[in-house]
Design a protein around this ligand. Structure first.
Ligand SMILES: [Zn+2]
Length: 362
């Protein structure tokens, strides 16, 4: 078996606050005198029996973490550390998702909030060697008109390179809000050339995925795993070329599946779906990007060939420019051509174990 940290890949599903290192969160909380929920300090906040998992606990912890991000410096640090951690895990392309609304009050509005993230992404790309592009995401919890404002703002920074906006997302509790009401915002984003990358098919099943498909015309679906429950729908997603950003640790932590073995990754791949593995919110789910590939290897039995195909799919589903895609795909071939020298951990539970806090980058 080959070392998965050196497998070149793209990371397409990572949220800004949720990417934060636990140590960084502790530092910010101490600086602002914020008392964090105990669960956020224990390194794996959502490791609970299946019956106790769920969205609301997650949301409460996420909100507590977000409340500790209060300055331009905090925002820049999060982007820089996300890029550093992705670089250490073989990710050559990160498309980080941010809803600037929460941070706007601390930096003078949503426009400066977006510009800070984009500038930090540009700098982090140069520093760490992982291209960092941005997905601007609206929240289902807010008014659809707010989503249109965000889409128009995102459109101004459209591009495919580091520090540019590549896509428009829709996040938060999938069961809230009326998906169809966000159609206009997504049309604005698509007209500007942005990828449509809403969440769908995690907390709700195939009926909602169909609605997302017809109203938001996704290029990629955040999660989409529940599409496996409806073979016709899955065929349609495959036929339309809609990629699925599958995040096994997230699914298990939120109680969508009792354990990683039930995440239908093999079924999705067997049906021909383009799957890009993602970590979603490592701060809360206790595992980063490589851990998702470890799960595919140890829990779902993917061979190195299969894992290389997953990495290729993530690169192809990214919005990276052709030179970057070519370079990363060539490096996947190199990874597979090299002899397997590094034994992988034999303990599948390693995929769920919190990792040591990585070293700080300046
Ligand atoms: Zn997500």
């Amino acid at each position: 078996m080959r070392d998965l940290t050196t497998l070149p890949k793209a990371h397409l599903h990572l949220h800004f606050t949720g990417s934060m290192r636990a140590g960084t969160l502790r530092e910010l909380a101490a600086r602002y005198g914020t008392r964090l929920p105990g669960a956020l300090l224990d390194g794996d906040p959502l490791r609970l029996p299946p019956t106790e998992r769920g969205w609301f606990r997650f949301q409460r912890l996420y909100d507590a973490a977000r409340a500790c991000v209060r300055s331009e410096a905090d925002m820049r640090r999060i982007v820089d550390e996300a890029a550093a951690d992705d670089a250490a895990e073989g990710s050559g392309r990160l498309e980080i998702q941010v809803d600037p609304t929460s941070y706007a009050p601390f930096v003078g509005g949503i426009t400066p909030a977006v510009e800070i993230v984009l500038d930090a992404a540009r700098k982090a790309s140069a520093t760490h060697g992982t291209e960092v592009a941005v997905v601007v995401a609206a929240s289902r919890m807010r008014h659809p008109l707010d989503a249109r404002v965000l889409a128009r703002l995102a459109a101004q920074y459209a591009g495919d390179g580091p520090g540019e906006v590549v896509g428009f997302g829709l996040s938060n509790d999938e069961r809230r809000g009326d998906t169809a009401e966000f159609a206009r915002a997504f049309a604005i984003a698509r007209d500007a050339g942005l990828a449509s990358v809403p969440h769908g098919g995690e907390l709700l099943g195939s009926v909602h995925v169909r609605q997302v498909l017809t109203t938001l015309a996704p290029d990629r679906l955040g999660h989409g795993v529940r599409s496996a429950e409806d073979p016709d729908l899955l065929d349609e997603l495959v036929g339309r070329g809609v990629a699925l950003e599958v995040c096994p640790a997230s699914n298990v932590s939120l109680g969508v599946y009792d354990d990683a073995a039930r995440v239908p990754l093999p079924q999705l791949v067997a049906a021909g779906a383009t799957v890009a593995l993602g970590a979603d919110d490592p701060l809360l789910f206790g595992s980063r990007l490589v851990a998702q590939y470890e799960t595919a290897r140890h829990v779902h039995g993917f061979s190195d060939d299969g894992l290389a195909d997953l990495a290729r799919a993530s690169i192809r589903a990214s919005r990276a420019g052709e030179p970057t895609r070519r370079r990363l795909l060539d490096r996947v071939d190199d990874w597979l051509a090299a002899p397997a020298t590094t034994p992988a951990p034999s303990d599948p539970a390693a995929a769920r174990r919190p990792e040591p806090v990585p070293r700080r980058f300046p």
